[in-house]
Design a protein around this ligand. Structure first.
Ligand SMILES: NCc1[nH]cc(CCC(=O)O)c1CC(=O)O
Ligand SMILES: [Mg+2]
Length: 340
């Protein structure tokens, strides 16, 4: 050092122009004042697993804190959602293996578990929105989202069944249809089928950029399709190396009549989420998948992470990336925390 000419402080002031970024971070009140995004209970969609029969919640082993609920249990969960200001719950069925077949015909049964749960919840808690998945994997003996011929998943034949599944769910009272199957053209066909059935008000949240991902494993346990799945879903779900393609997928779904779009999984795909949110400016959602949830919970169980902090941080990250809302298994927990 040659000089006393410049002190560290002089150099810092010269470099920053005196604009010290830490100034606004010095107190909780000023951090709150300049915060860009705020997670709210209005951002939450709570996925719930439904099972046959009555009685106590049945824990999903690979998802600590998540249970499969009876229809009655789902009604109680919907009341909890209402009391916590959670706008929507998303229902997923655990289907008894004896009801599964090659074509997923139980999906079309107006008395299936999902339809009965939907009707029971709508009757008891009409102010909570209900979202139902459109895809055949909870109902097929091979665990795929569509119908098969040999080892191929047939697109158009699958779409035909998915349209009927959507109408059955809408007629049971479902408010939001969530096609998660990734067949081509299904949004247009489902919209048409809903309209033809007089369900013009039923919304569609399209799983537009849904990737063939390792982060769905615990979900497949929860709905009982894990052990059944033959092969993988890479001929219909997206390649995780691609994001230009996500833009084209979302553009198609919107042109076909999707009211809302979704990116799934969430955290490893925040770039895709941010891109779609900016590109289209439509309600854009993210799914914090079972695998993301279980990763956090596993670390919490080992004492390696503060679960509450990781929960709020990840959910806020979705908001920062541009999500209108998040499907998350943390919904009741974070809503309780926000209520204080
Ligand atoms: N098509 C069904 C469906 N709907 C939501 C999920 C995953 C949700 C999660 O992992 O939390 C899946 C699994 C899959 O596509 O294999
Ligand atoms: Mg598509």
């Amino acid at each position: 050092m040659t000089g006393e000419r410049y002190s560290i402080t002089d150099r810092i002031d010269a470099a920053t122009g005196g604009m010290r970024m830490r100034r606004l971070r010095q107190a909780e009140w000023s951090r709150r004042l300049v915060r860009e995004k705020q997670l709210s209970t209005a951002d939450l969609i709570w996925p719930i697993f439904v099972r046959e029969g009555s009685g106590a919640p049945q824990p999903v082993e690979s998802m600590p804190g998540v249970d499969r609920l009876s229809v009655e249990g789902c009604v109680e969960a919907a009341k909890r959602a209402r009391d916590l200001d959670i706008p929507v719950i998303a229902l997923f069925p655990y289907t008894d293996p004896s009801l599964r077949d090659e074509t997923g015909s139980e999906a079309l049964n107006p008395e299936n578990l999902i339809c009965r749960a939907t009707r029971a919840i709508k009757a008891a808690v009409p102010e909570v929105g209900i979202m139902c998945d459109v895809a055949l994997d909870p109902y097929t003996s091979h665990g795929h989202d569509g119908v098969m011929a040999g080892d191929r998943i047939l697109n158009d034949e699958s779409v035909e069944v998915l349209c009927r599944q959507a109408v059955v769910q809408a007629e049971a009272g479902c408010d939001v249809i969530g096609p998660s199957d990734m067949m081509d053209g299904r949004v247009a066909c489902i919209r048409g089928a809903l309209d033809d059935a007089g369900c013009r008000d039923t919304m569609i949240m399209a799983y537009s950029a849904k990737y063939a991902s390792a982060f769905y494993g615990p979900f497949r346990d929860a709905v009982g399709s894990g052990g059944m799945l033959k092969g993988d879903k890479r001929t219909y779900q997206m390649d995780y190396a691609n994001s230009d393609e996500a833009v084209r997928e979302a553009a198609q779904d919107l042109a076909e009549g999707a009211d809302m779009i979704m990116v799934k999984p969430g955290l490893p795909y925040l770039d895709v989420l941010a891109r779609l949110a900016r590109e289209f400016g439509v309600p854009t959602f993210a799914y914090q998948t079972s695998g993301e949830y279980s990763m956090i919970m596993a670390a919490v169980r080992n004492g390696w992470l503060d679960g509450d902090k990781a929960m709020v941080e990840t959910l806020t990250a979705y908001k920062r990336a541009g999500a209108s809302g998040i499907l998350t298994y943390f919904s009741p927990k974070v809503a309780e925390m926000m209520r204080g």
